[in-house]
Design a protein around this ligand. Structure first.
Ligand code: SAM
Length: 260
């Protein structure tokens, strides 16, 4: 970015939030920063950084705007069918209590979708789903487990009945399902990764990262998985250089750890 205040802004933002904007793609980043600066009526990144330092509400507003939280239950439904029919049964044969991580889980539709599938495939199984995001506000929403409208467009009537309670204009996830998912704050570009995992979902998160940041994250996912563990990526994503990192493709959007 050619704004002379960029390095000051970057440093202060990193101190204040842990977000390093250098890891996010330049053109998208610029568009988003310009959008929010117009909204708050500042014309330089230096002035914007000073505003964020002074006003916690503005800082929160930046975080809400910067993290794009779009999600839905069973996003790319055919992939979730594959997860249910092929991937999870094979995983459950190897591990009775698989350890699963939804990284960049937004408001919870993704980890709750996996919890629904596990409940259907292994109703008495023992499993834990860790669900993390950089955005504390969205994690609060995820913990509430309240959904409505388009979030639920891929949820069948049968699943709505079995796993949700009607609540006002929407539906609330039932407590027995909610218990299975543990939400935590985690920055994929800063914090240590959990270990010995069987399945990681990271979908529609690294699309906003630079190539360098993506590679860093994928290498860390590889270290996080136990040998044979699986990575499930988004419907428009693929892992360039998968072999070199130590993954093999096992169907579109699923990768297995083969070495290291
Ligand atoms: C578009 S949503 C994807 C939600 C879900 N995985 C899906 O595919 O429906 C992207 C999420 O990534 C989160 N995110 C962005 N940068 C992150 C980072 N460095 N570490 C963890 N999460 C991040 C955002 O807060 C947002 O909730």
């Amino acid at each position: 970015m050619d704004d002379p205040g960029y390095s000051y802004f970057r440093k202060r933002l990193k101190d204040l939030t842990g977000i390093d904007v250098d890891f996010y793609k330049g053109n998208q980043l610029e568009r988003r920063l310009k959008g929010i600066m117009t909204r708050v009526k500042v014309s330089s990144l230096y002035d914007y950084a000073r505003l964020l330092e002074r006003e916690p509400a503005r800082l929160q507003e930046f975080k809400d705007y910067f993290t794009i939280n779009v999600s839905e239950f069973f996003r790319n439904p055919e992939r979730f069918t594959e997860l249910k029919e092929r991937i999870l049964p094979a995983l459950l044969k190897e591990r009775r209590g698989p350890k699963i991580w939804s990284a960049g889980c937004s408001y919870g539709a993704e980890p709750y979708s996996v919890a629904i599938l596990l409940q259907e495939v292994a109703p008495f199984g023992q499993y834990d789903i860790l669900a993390t995001d950089i955005d504390e506000t969205i994690l609060g929403k995820a913990r509430e487990g309240f959904f409505q409208g388009a979030d639920l467009k891929n949820v069948s009537e049968e699943r709505l009945k079995r796993f949700f309670q009607p609540d006002g204009p929407g539906y609330r996830i039932k407590p027995e399902l909610k218990r299975r998912v543990h939400f935590q704050h985690h920055n994929l570009l800063l914090d240590p990764f959990p270990q010995e995992l069987d399945l990681i979902l990271c979908r529609n998160v690294v699309i906003y990262f630079t190539e360098e940041a993506k590679r860093l994250v994928y290498r860390n996912f590889h270290r996080s998985l136990r040998p044979g563990g699986l990575l499930f990526v988004g419907g428009t994503e693929s892992l360039f250089g998968a072999r070199e990192i130590g993954f093999e493709g096992v169907g579109p959007f699923f990768y297995r750890k083969i070495s290291g």
